[in-house]
Every structure is written in structure tokens, then in C-alpha cells.
Ligand binder design. Sequence first.
Ligand code: EMZ
Length: 385
Amino acid sequence: MKHSAINDPFEQARIEQGYGEISDQDDPVTMMLRLKDVRKCALNWQTFQSGAVPGRIVVPSEVSIRSTRQIPFEVDPPLHKDYRELLEPWFKRPLQSEYQQQLDQQISVLVESVLNGDPVEVIEDFALVLQSRALTLLLNIPFAESELWISWGTHVFRSEGQALDGDKANILYDYIDAQIDKALAKPGDDLYSMLLASEVNGKKLSKEEIKGVIILTFSGGRDTVINAVSNTIAYFSDHPESLQRLRDEPQIRNRAIEEFVRYFSPLTHMGRVATEDTQVCEHAIKADSRISLCWASANRDATVFENPNEVVLDRKMNPHVGFGFSHHNCLGATHARQILSTLINVLCDKVQSIDFIDGEENIEHWDEFKRKVGYHRLNVRFNPQ
Ligand code: EMZ
């Protein structure tokens, strides 16, 4: 098997019963594994809510390290829609040409810096750097701020050997509190200032609400973007012919991006909390228990995707749920797609091939399901054009 392959540990359970049962900190989760069921449950927010106790819909649960509600992620309709309408235009800024030029500049400089023939550790020295620098554009704050975020490592709530790291989370919370106060004292053109000046339902946003939006902006697009970027690099190291094909056929690059998101599924799943006794796949779900919508499994559902375990660069029908589904679909998806598109353009322009040296896989353990989501470490060499 190619080293960049991402396995599908859910296949048997998906076909045989449609769900999987896992434990998480004494709060079990029933995972929905078929695309149709994942969509159905995502749409049914009345029965499967996001607005539970903050942190509970995340698996592993963050209830013990977080009390701030992430917005709009942990809010249900109708209020969800009001927050979303406020945020949507800001998070669509990656469609503007100035934003795209700045991102192109950032990624070009980064790729050029790794073309000197030395081995590169992709996770810390490439993907994390790329993600942090690009985040300065999304927040619209000075580039130099990215240095601090890079020093925080790949996940803001987790650290090596620790699924949940409360001390690390506190560093982020204190930082965000200070940034909100700074923007309050001296408003600028950044996301903090935009939120401070905004109203939802005729009421100014509170500091706690703003903090909820910003925590999500920092954490939701961190390890996910790092996984997407590093899996893309690993894929090209395994498949030089694919890099060549994308160079020759720029018109299929957007399809390739969707296919990478489907195949890599950078976020395995996201939870919901049942508001009433119900059932899924003839399996009873008790009120106040958790389910999860397993994007990674749904994206390999053979009843929807032909050859689901293959990367088909120009896959035509690709209704993947790699960015979630329905009203909670990923707010940062425009930014993420723009990152992947720019990365592919720059690699096609500047890189001939990528040599895999070695890697340490990042395997998530969900009881019997063991899923590779990316790498802890990935050493490669970039060969210039
Ligand atoms: C939450 C989540 C959002 C959570 C789209 O995902 O991302 C996770 O990485 C965080 O730990 O708090 O933001």
C-alpha cells in the first residue's frame, strides 16, 4: 500500500449495521456511518442538537476544558442563522483577489524556502507555518502575529501524548481575551473589531460571544488544515504523475481539491446530542446521549461513490461531506479551499517532484476503529522544477 493512503476502518460496520459504538470519557457515542444517515441526522437539528453544554458535541469531548460556547458551531437554529449571516461575508473574503494575491505570495515564499535540497519536516515546518500565516489573512491582522501561533504547535486543545490539554487551552483563552480588549481600546480592520462593532438581533455581541467565534476560528481550522496540506504533500510524493497531470490540466484542479477533501476527510466526525428518545438504523438512541456524524465514513460510502478508496483526481459526481453538511457546514471552507488551490498552483509551478523520506503516522483510536488522519511527522525533499 502507498504510504500516503488513508484507510477506511468503518467499512464493515457501515455495510453491516450502519453505525458504530465507541466510548469517550464515560459519555459514549453512536457513530453514524452511512452518507444518507449522516445527512439525515445533520438536517434534523431538533432531535440532534449542537447547542448542548459547550464542548460536548466534540469527540473527544471538551466539556472538562472549555466553558465558552463556540459560535456559530454550538448554536442551533433559529439563532444559528443570525450569527451565520453576520459572519458569512467576512469568511467569504478569500474570494477577493487581494486576499488571493496575499495568500499566493505567502505560499510562494514558503515553497521557495524549502527548495534548497534539504529535507523538510512537513508538519511543523511547512503545514503549521502555512496555516498560521494564512490565518493572519482570515483575521486581517499583521503577518508577524503568526510567529506566536506557530509556537503553540499543531492543536490548540491537545498536545503530544495528551488528548486534552487544559493548560494549553488557557493560553489561547487568555490571548483572545487580551486581543479583544486591545481591539476595544483601538478598533481596526480586523475580525475582533468587526465583531465588537456588530449586533445580532438588535444587541451588541458580548465579549464572551466574540471569544466563542474566535476560539472556533483558531481551533476549527488548525489541525484540519494541517492534515489537508500534509496529506496533499504526502500524496504527491507517492504520485508524481498526479502532480504532472495537474500541471498539464489546470482545469481539473478544483475537482482534485474536492477529491482530496473527500478522500483525506481531515476531520473524522462531529457529534450531536439527542434531545429526545429516538432511533437510527433501528438502533435506540436515548435522550441526552451522543451521536456523531462520521464524515470520514460517509465519504467512503460505496453506495454513493464509485471506487471510494481511490483518489480519482477529476471525480465528477462528488457530493462529499468533508466540510460537514447542512446549516453547520464549515464556515472556514472558502479559506480552506483557497489554501489548497493556491498550494496546488504553487507546487505545479515550482516543484518537479517530492521525495518521501520517512513519516510517523497520526492514528486516531476510536475503540475498534483505528483511522489514520495524517502524520505526527513527515520528512520529504522538494525537488525544484
Ligand atoms: C472545535 C472543532 C470545530 C473544537 C470544525 O471543528 O475543531 C476542533 O479541533 C476543536 O478542538 O473545539 O473547534
